[in-house]
Design a protein around this ligand. Structure first.
Ligand code: GLU
Length: 489
């Protein structure tokens, strides 16, 4: 007791008290930007221009709720116009703020540059908790927010193209597309005003799984490079690797499913809002998905032990940790308990600045958000192209490819005098459909970008981690755009 008392004196308190941890995503993104900018030769004024957020539109609007009215507010931030249109999701959350939207818009600019998607960065948000609203109320909010964006030219196929983000999905994107279409009845390209739409409303197959699938492609590429995984004491290939995932939503679920099915990785823990499922022998991802759908959470899932803290997964014994939920999940309070050797940032900003520095300093390999979760926007780019071409990818050549493969196989079999087994024949003769092409384009994008980041990392000895390398790559590319096009006037 005595020691406790003496430790509580204000003098010793001020000596021992650390300053509060920085939890501002904007400060974090800007600090990462500044660190990377030191390694890139560009005029300082240009570096400053790349960093700042160009416009932010703040909107307050009334919506009829029940018998009364309620005010809602939201934003659309436009970070960079070095490429057009601008691109980025719309977030529905009671915690969304202008600062957060600006930080996420900046991340979009860097993300697009890293994966060679020719868009500037943007992000929107509406301060609303979807769970508290009826579907028709959400529809009214979405349509009114869209109308506000239209009136100030903050949306349009060649201007600014929203997409889903936290709290929004296909349903909201369909409402946005329909609202835009009603305001522009003669517009032939209206469908390209938003991506992440349902397939029947101009969406593209593979978009829903794209962010999770992109995370897997990025991880796979890292695990193909002996040097990269040896650094953290692991072997090549994801087969048998122990994976812990935070978040079983659109990103976490698809990443877990693909890792288990296609890579034979072991999903040893999954954290959700109501608890963490642990199973050192591997969780059956499909069974957990079905269970959560039926029960709304993971409590009571029979395929593992379930603790009641959804953040336990961050401290699980594993090789790879995939935080696929929200910002600031690994922070001062839990960073020392992380056991993973690789952290794959599927969410935006899942590590605080302090946790990032601590874990990198301990030799943990962090594959940064600004690269790793770019699968969503990459496939959005494919969807936008599909909408502008007014044709499904693969429609023109699928049957031709199949006919050519058939003729080639028949000729080969005749020459050799042997038949190819049926299971191989099926693969050889199948022409690529929309989803095959989307996944192939996504894989190519993620592999190329990983190697561009890796190349900068290996070339510039002063760059200490992949995040700094990724930001440096983005700054270099955006800077080059400005140098090439000049500044108006
Ligand atoms: N909201 C997603 C992201 O943060 C997707 C953005 C898009 O497809 O435009 O990357």
């Amino acid at each position: 007791m005595a020691t406790k008392k003496s430790r509580n004196t204000s003098a010793s308190k001020s000596r021992s008290k650390k300053p509060a941890e920085n939890l501002s995503l904007l400060a974090n993104v800007n600090a990462q930007f500044d660190q990377a900018a030191q390694h890139i030769k560009l005029p300082q004024g240009l570096v400053d221009q790349i960093k700042v957020c160009n416009n932010v539109y703040f909107i307050q609007f009334p919506v009829k709720i029940g018998k009364g009215y309620r005010f809602f507010y939201g934003w659309r931030a436009e970070h960079s116009h070095h490429k057009k249109p601008l691109k980025g999701g719309i977030r529905y959350s009671s915690k969304v703020s202008q600062e957060e939207v600006m930080a996420l818009a900046a991340l979009m600019t860097y993300k697009c540059a890293i994966v060679n998607v020719p868009f500037g960065g943007s992000k929107g948000g509406v301060c609303v908790r979807p769970r508290d609203m009826k579907v028709e109320e959400l529809e009214r909010i979405t349509r009114r927010y869209t109308a506000e964006l239209i009136s100030k030219q903050f949306i349009g196929p060649g201007i600014n193209v929203p997409a889903p983000d936290y709290g929004t999905g296909e349903r909201e994107m369909a409402w946005i597309a329909d609202t835009y279409d009603r305001f522009n009845p003669a517009g032939v390209d209206n469908m390209a005003c938003v991506t992440g739409k349902p397939v029947a409303q101009g969406g593209i197959r593979g978009r829903a799984a794209a962010t999770g699938r992109g995370v897997v492609y990025g991880l796979r590429e890292m695990f193909r490079h002996k040097r990269d995984v040896q650094d953290v004491g692991l072997s090549c290939g994801l087969g048998g690797k122990r994976i812990s995932i935070q978040g079983f939503g659109n990103v976490g679920y698809h990443a877990a499913r693909i890792l288990q099915l296609e890579d034979d990785a072991k999903i040893v823990s999954v954290g959700e809002w109501d608890g963490t499922v642990h199973n050192p022998d591997g969780i059956d991802v499909a069974a957990l998905f079905a269970y959560r759908k039926r029960h709304g959470g993971v409590q009571g899932f029979p395929g593992g032990t379930v603790s009641d803290n959804g953040k336990d997964c961050l401290e699980a014994a594993c090789d790879v940790l995939i935080p696929a939920a929200l910002e600031n999940q690994v922070a001062r309070a839990n960073m020392k308990k992380v056991k993973a050797r690789v952290i794959a940032e599927a969410a935006n900003g899942p590590l605080t600045e302090e946790a990032d520095a601590y874990l990198s300093g301990k030799g943990v390999k962090i594959i940064p958000d600004v690269y790793l979760n770019a699968g969503g926007v990459t496939v959005s780019y494919f969807e936008w192209n599909k909408n502008l071409s007014h044709m499904r990818p693969g429609r023109l050549q699928k049957r031709l490819d199949e006919a050519k493969a058939e003729a080639f196989l028949a000729a080969t079999e005749a020459l050799v005098g042997k038949k190819v087994p049926d299971n191989v024949r099926r693969i050889l003769l199948r022409g690529a459909d929309e989803e095959d092409l989307v996944n192939s384009g996504l894989e190519e994008t993620m592999i190329t970008a990983y190697n561009e980041i890796r190349d900068i990392f290996n070339r510039k000895k002063a760059i200490a981690d992949l995040r700094t390398a990724a930001y440096a790559l983005a700054i270099e590319k955006v800077g080059q755009s400005y140098l090439d096009m000049g500044i108006f006037p």
